[in-house]
Write a protein that binds this ligand. Structure first.
Ligand code: THU
Length: 125
């Protein structure tokens, strides 16, 4: 599974919390990402935004679903910054999170970020 394979490559020597994400484009392509931490802690980036960056770099701009795999017992939703990054491209994204034991949670991005700041929020600027 793409998200699990990505999690195996997570660079997380500070949190010891590996995360993998697999973002599916509307043409079926899947883009994976893992969290990449840094000795300067705020420079680290989440798995979801790494996957999004890989996807946009490859020309994908519309997405249907993201799968997130961490090591927590409870499936973990994307953080607030990742919700904001994802809503730019996929306001109706389906989110599935899995725990190592196979527990699954599902949300829509609209449910997790009900009042988003979107490109339309910029008006005519
Ligand atoms: N992390 C993710 O990669 N995705 C999330 O949605 C939440 C948190 C990462 C950031 C950091 O490397 C580690 O997990 C602990 O917060």
């Amino acid at each position: 599974m793409a998200a699990g394979k990505a999690r195996d490559n997570a660079w997380c020597p500070y949190s010891h919390f590996p995360v993998g994400a697999a973002l599916m484009a509307d043409d079926g392509r899947i883009f994976a990402g893992c969290n990449v931490e840094n000795a300067s802690y705020p420079a680290g980036i989440c798995a979801e935004r790494v996957a999004l960056g890989a996807a946009v770099t490859a020309g994908a701009r519309r997405f249907t679903r993201i799968v997130i795999v961490s090591v927590a017992q409870e499936p973990t939703p994307p953080c607030g910054i990742c919700r904001q990054a994802l809503v730019e491209f996929a306001p109706n994204l389906e989110i599935m999170a899995l725990s190592p034991d196979g527990n699954a949670s599902r949300w829509s991005l609209a449910e997790l970020l009900p009042v988003p700041f979107t490109p339309a929020s910029l008006g005519n600027v």
